[in-house]
Each structure stands twice: as C-alpha cells, then as structure tokens.
Write a new protein. Structure first.
Length: 110
C-alpha cells in the first residue's frame, strides 16, 4: 500500500488484522526525508502490557529506511518466561508537507 499523509493527517492506533490468517510481521518504508519534506508524522508503536500502563515507542525512519514491526503481538520476556503483548501502531499528525510511506502487509487483506 502507498500511504500519503498531508498536513493534519494522522492514523489512529490500530492493528492491520484482516482475514483468517495473519502474517506476524509487517514493514514500512519511508519515501520522504523527515524534517525536509514533512514535519511531524512520526511512526508510533504502543505496547499494551497486561496489568500495566501502555508504553509508546516512536520511530523516525529516514528516506529509504524500513521499519519491521509486529502486526498484532510481540513476545516479551517476563518473570515466568515469555508471554505475548499486544502491539498497535499509528502515525502522529503531520504538521507540514507530505509524508509518503510504502506499507507492506504479507497476509491477504480481505
Ligand atoms: Fe497499519
């Protein structure tokens, strides 16, 4: 998918889960230069931890850089071994310019 966000454009936290089967990883590739072609528009990832507050992470990939991230869950080491934590992602509001991203989802989007 080619995703375009203009001024004030954003994407709420979500999971790209469609259909019966979900490939666990997806990729975004930045097609513009942050701070030159656009400002704002950070890639936001939120980990929803059981019985704890959610934790946000922000990625600012440069032109041509890719981010590989989980569609739905990621494994996390806990006191009694690994467990799953829910992940959501979104895009913070673009302040100026246009942000284009190539989004690659490996499962059938129905
Ligand atoms: Fe998405």
């Amino acid at each position: 998918m080619l995703l375009r966000y203009g001024p004030a454009g954003y994407n709420c936290l979500h999971q790209d889960v469609y259909g019966d089967l979900t490939f666990p990883l997806q990729v975004l590739i930045m097609l513009n230069t942050p701070d030159v072609d656009f400002t704002g528009g950070e890639s936001v990832f939120v980990e929803q931890r059981p019985r704890q507050q959610s934790r946000a992470m922000v990625a600012r990939p440069g032109l041509g850089e890719a981010v590989v991230f989980p569609v739905r869950h990621r494994p996390k080491q806990g006191a009694r071994g690994h467990h799953r934590v829910q992940m959501r992602h979104g895009v913070s509001a673009v302040h100026t310019g246009e942000r284009h991203v190539l989004g690659v989802i490996f499962h059938d989007a129905r």
